[in-house]
Design a protein around this ligand. Structure first.
Ligand SMILES: Cc1cc2nc3c(=O)[nH]c(=O)nc-3n(C[C@H](O)[C@H](O)[C@H](O)COP(=O)(O)OP(=O)(O)OC[C@H]3O[C@@H](n4cnc5c(N)ncnc54)[C@H](O)[C@@H]3O)c2cc1C
Length: 272
C-alpha cells in the first residue's frame, strides 16, 4: 500500500504519465491511497501499525510487516560552516551558489544535494566536473534545463524538460505528440507494451520543450531526448532522423512525428 498525502499521484511528473502509472500500478495490485496523511506509527513485535487520516479526514489504522518512509530529503548543512565563514545558506539550508556553483566566498564552491536543483547523482557529479574545470582555468557551464529524471519502477518513468502543467502555468503555447508502446513491434515482441512516449514542442518554433516516457527502458530512451534538447532540436529534427527497426527507440521517432500529426503506426489527430 502507498499512502500519499497529496491529492495528485506523482505530482512532479507530467500528469498524463502519472495517470498512466497509477493505472498500471493498480493493475499490479498496488493499493495507492491519495490524500492520506500519516500521523503516527507503532512497532508491535514483527509488525508496524500505521495511523493516518484518509482524504475524508477520518482516522484509519492499518498493520504492515514493513514500513518505508519516503517523504523527501533536505540538505544536511547544519554546523558544516563556521558562523564567520561567510558561506551563505538560504532559508531551507541549501548553500547559496550561482549558476557555476560559486558560494558567497571567493574560491569556495558547493555542489550536489546541498545546493539548488534536483537532488540527483548525475546532477551532482556533473557539477563536480564543472567546478573542477573552472578551478583548472577552463570555461565550463552546465545546462540545468536538460537534467533527466527517472523513477525506477516497472515500467520505468523518465522525463526531461518541462511538463504540460508547467507550460500551461507559464502560458507557453505547445503541441504534443504521443506514441504508445502497444504500437511498437519491438515492445510487442518483448511483451512489454505498457506506456508511451510523449514529446512536447513549442507551437511556434517546434523546439522540443520536454519529453516524458513511461515504459520499458524509459531510463535509457530519455537520453535521446536529452541529447536532442541539448542540441536545441525541433520535433521535426527527430522526425527526420532514421531509427533502426525493430527497436523501442522507434517510439521516440513516432512521438516526434505525432507532434505534427505525421505518425505512421498510429492514427493521427484530426488536423485543426
Ligand atoms: C535511497 C536513495 C536512492 C537514490 N537513488 C538515486 C538514483 O537512483 N539516481 C540518482 O540520480 N540519485 C539517487 N539518489 C540521490 C543521490 O544519491 C544524491 O543526489 C547524490 O548522492 C548527491 O551527491 P552529493 O555528492 O551531493 O552528496 P553525497 O553523495 O551524500 O555525498 C556527500 C558526502 O559528504 C560526506 N559528508 C557530509 N558531511 C561531511 C562533513 N562535515 N565533512 C566531511 N564529509 C562530510 C558524507 O558522508 C557523504 O559521503 C538517491 C538517494 C537516496 C537517499
Amino acid at each position: 500500500m502507498v499512502l500519499e498525502a497529496q491529492d495528485a499521484f506523482l505530482s512532479l511528473c507530467d500528469q498524463d504519465v502519472a495517470k498512466e502509472a497509477a493505472k498500471i500500478f493498480k493493475k499490479q495490485h498496488l493499493d495507492i491511497r491519495l490524500g492520506a496523511r500519516v500521523t503516527g506509527s507503532q512497532i508491535n513485535g514483527e509488525e508496524v501499525e500505521v495511523t493516518y487520516l484518509d482524504k475524508e479526514g477520518n482516522e484509519q489504522k492499518q498493520t504492515f510487516d514493513k514500513l518505508i518512509v519516503a517523504v523527501g530529503r533536505k540538505p544536511f548543512t547544519q554546523g558544516c560552516f563556521s558562523e564567520d565563514s561567510g558561506v551563505k545558506l538560504d532559508e531551507r539550508g541549501f548553500v547559496f551558489v550561482d549558476e557555476q556553483c560559486r558560494t558567497s566566498v571567493p574560491g569556495v564552491y558547493a555542489i550536489g544535494d546541498i545546493v539548488r536543483g534536483p537532488m540527483l547523482a548525475h546532477k551532482a557529479s556533473e557539477e563536480g566536473v564543472m567546478v573542477a574545470d573552472i578551478i583548472a582555468g577552463h570555461k565550463a557551464q552546465m545546462n540545468y534545463d536538460c537534467i533527466p529524471s527517472v523513477i525506477y519502477t516497472h515500467p520505468e518513468l523518465a522525463w526531461v524538460g518541462k511538463n504540460e502543467q508547467e507550460l500551461k502555468a507559464e502560458g507557453v503555447k505547445f503541441k504534443v505528440g504521443k506514441f504508445p508502446f502497444a504500437a511498437s513491434g519491438r515492445a510487442m515482441a518483448a511483451n512489454d507494451t505498457d506506456g508511451f512516449v510523449k514529446i512536447i514542442a513549442c507551437e511556434e518554433t517546434d523546439r522540443i520543450l520536454g519529453c516524458h516516457i513511461i515504459g520499458g527502458h524509459a531510463a535509457d530512451l530519455i537520453a535521446q531526448a536529452v541529447i536532442a534538447m541539448e542540441f536545441g532540436s525541433t520535433a521535426e529534427d527527430i522526425a527526420l532522423t532514421v531509427f533502426a527497426h525493430p527497436t523501442v527507440s522507434e517510439a521516440v521517432h513516432e512521438a516526434a512525428l505525432a507532434v505534427d500529426n505525421h505518425a505512421i503506426h498510429i492514427a493521427n489527430r484530426k488536423k485543426r
